[in-house]
Design a protein around this ligand. Sequence first.
Ligand code: PLP
Length: 425
Amino acid sequence: MDEHVAFLNEQVDRHHAWFSKSLPMIASENVISPMAREMLLTDFGDRYAEGLPHERYYQGNTYVDEVEDRVIDLMKRIFRVRHADPRPISGTVANMAVYFALLEPGDIMTSVALSHGAHISSAKFGAAGLRGVNNVNYPFDVDRMNIDVDGTAKLLRLVKPKVAAFGQSVFLFPTPLRELQDAFQEADCHVWYDGAHVMGLIAGGQFQDPLHEGADVLTGSTHKTLPGPQHGILLSDSQDDKFVKRLQRAVFPGVVSNHHLHSLAALGVTLAECLAFGRDYAAQIVRNAKALGQALHERGVKVLAERHGFTESHALATDVAAQGGGAKAAADLEKANIITNKNLLPWDTSPVKPSGVRLGTQELTRLGMKEAQMREVADLIARVVVKGDAPAAVAEDVAAMRSEFNTVHYCFTKDAEAHRRWRIM
Ligand SMILES: *Cc1c(COP(=O)(O)O)cnc(C)c1O
């Protein structure tokens, strides 16, 4: 075999071997089902489609159009919306479409601050800033790990943004959209909810339903709590055709040409699975996150928002400043094969010295873990972070625990063989 290809194969094999004995707990990741994974390897990944189904610029899209129609139908059904666009190729690209559709350079957008958990795409040095948008951040209630409702209402009335943006990457509690309804009216702004992290929870009827609580547009990733291929989506329930058209044109020809048709097909499978299993899945994710928060707390790990039940989502924010900081904790956990990431906490002043570690339960839930396993996971994390046990020793117990949880749940299975063939573990 060619040396380069052999090298690449070896690295991927090693990655698979590593992850098969690890606890994947990064809050923005998930594992795709075997049948969705098959779609990623089809000829759809070799083809081009531009524009809308049945109005393409290229020939050869007969069956692509059928697939895209079905994907759109599934999105509309699951999210109960009038407009569903599966073409953004990632969450950030969906967000860029919102910037192009609804904002001009110099316009004001209000949003959550980065240190309060927002995503880089809404920051000054991210897509928002590069669009020339002037960003004003909401006041934040650190105790509740949520925007301060009264302060936010005041801010909206004062600055009258063109767009009021919500949504976070450290997203523990639902955004109080209903409580801000009057302020939105007075500010006469568009309301945009970036649900990248929580699309699977929204789809499963957990967390909140932003488009039926006052948001005009919802963007998201399809690979975080929604356990699909790496891709993006944009949704709206607006009855204003002109508004929808603006969003549509911003996606194509604005920020996407071909929309990665293998991902589109895989997304269809994920959405079908979501329709069948999404409620159970989302509910278990949240139960697991709450159980993990409680168990970590009992084992001496400081978990934020303790007085409010730690979380209402898939995610937890821990404060490990007293144990050497987020960078050290995340690196030690990685040596124990517990995969997490360091994260800024609201009071952190240095972006390079975050004092937190962010955790997510969505992938462990996908592997079949429940509350009892969350207590075991808390034990393993606390041994590394609190007790200072040697990570290599903990890694052995991580592998032993993980060995019982190595198939994907909440999905269709063609047969056991397909599962074995396609599961990465
Ligand atoms: C992950 C994330 C995104 C970006 O999604 P990609 O699919 O990685 O481009 C956007 N917004 C928020 C809040 C996120 O957490």
